[in-house]
Write a protein that binds this ligand. Structure first.
Ligand code: 2HA
Ligand code: ZN
Length: 279
């Protein structure tokens, strides 16, 4: 292998960005994503980058408020601040960055990418805080964080109250298999300023128990083990929200069409533990 863009995790990352753009989830520079490398992937990247000078150490959070000590020394592939998802496949080395964290998880340096300058996404510190939670609760399985602005999902947040139960029930009640994709439910984060510490703390807390969170009037954040699953979850959120909004717009407000006994039957058929508080 000669180039960083040929590494399998870089190819998967680029493909996710490309698909998200085609699905209309990313107007202009909307959305961002990050990937947490495994030890083997770090070794492969290091071998390719041998002799290449890393960028300067930089605060993870410009305000110096965020450190992720449990991720000290870990590497992340992340979209660049202000970069367009549409351009990630077209001009990969300009659009994304491979970042290494320092020994206390408070600084990063760029090892590859953002070749014409720039910084990781404004949500980088939020992503790292969420990666730290997910690394712990998933035992290292969760690798991908994907943030997008899917239109029907955003529209739905104007109709459904900002709480986990309301959002989960609304989504579960659209397609029969939505509860199978989100068996733990989906978290709700009330409107907050993006890129700030408050939204990061609120989301990180929800990510202890959920894999997905809706940011009201903004979009969603999905976490998963693979790029396919992260994109799959975002697609199911958007498709479910589209069905929800279509039914609402028709005037047929038949929320609750799938009855609690139906969910119990789904749980049995798919061997799931669906929390009864959402039924
Ligand atoms: O990265 O979507 O929320 C651009 C955004 C910030
Ligand atoms: Zn956003």
């Amino acid at each position: 292998m000669k180039s960083t863009t040929e590494l399998p995790f870089v190819r998967g990352f680029v493909r996710l960005c490309e698909i998200g753009d085609k699905l209309g989830f990313h107007e202009r520079n909307g959305g961002n994503t990050s990937y947490h490398l495994t030890d083997d992937e770090i070794r492969a990247a290091r071998a390719l980058l041998k002799g290449r000078k890393p960028g300067p150490w930089t605060d993870v959070d410009p305000k110096g408020d965020v450190a992720v000590p449990q991720l000290a020394g870990h590497w992340f592939l992340v979209t660049g601040s202000g970069k367009f998802m549409r351009n990630v496949a077209y001009d990969t080395e300009d659009s994304i960055a491979l970042c290494e964290l320092d020994g206390d998880g408070s600084h990063y340096r760029i090892r590859w990418g953002l070749c014409n300058g720039g910084r990781p996404t404004s949500e980088f510190s939020s992503h790292l805080m969420i990666h730290e939670v997910k690394f712990r609760v998933s035992g290292g399985r969760t690798r991908v964080l994907y943030h997008a602005h899917p239109p029907c999902l955003i529209a739905m947040t104007y109709v459904v109250p900002a709480n986990d139960k309301a959002v989960t029930r609304a989504l579960w009640n659209t397609m029969t298999e939505t509860s199978v994709i989100f068996p733990k439910g989906v978290g709700a984060v009330k409107w907050m300023v993006p890129g700030g510490r408050a939204i990061a703390v609120a989301t990180a807390k929800l990510m202890e128990k959920y894999d997905d969170a809706i940011w009201f009037f903004h979009g969603a954040l999905c976490s998963a083990d693979t790029f396919d699953n992260a994109m799959g979850q975002m697609e199911v959120l958007e498709k479910s929200a589209k069905i929800f909004m279509t039914v609402q717009s028709s005037g047929m407000k038949r929320l609750g069409a799938i009855v609690p006994a139906g969910y119990r039957a789904i749980a049995k058929a798919f061997n799931l533990n669906l929390p009864t508080r959402f039924l």
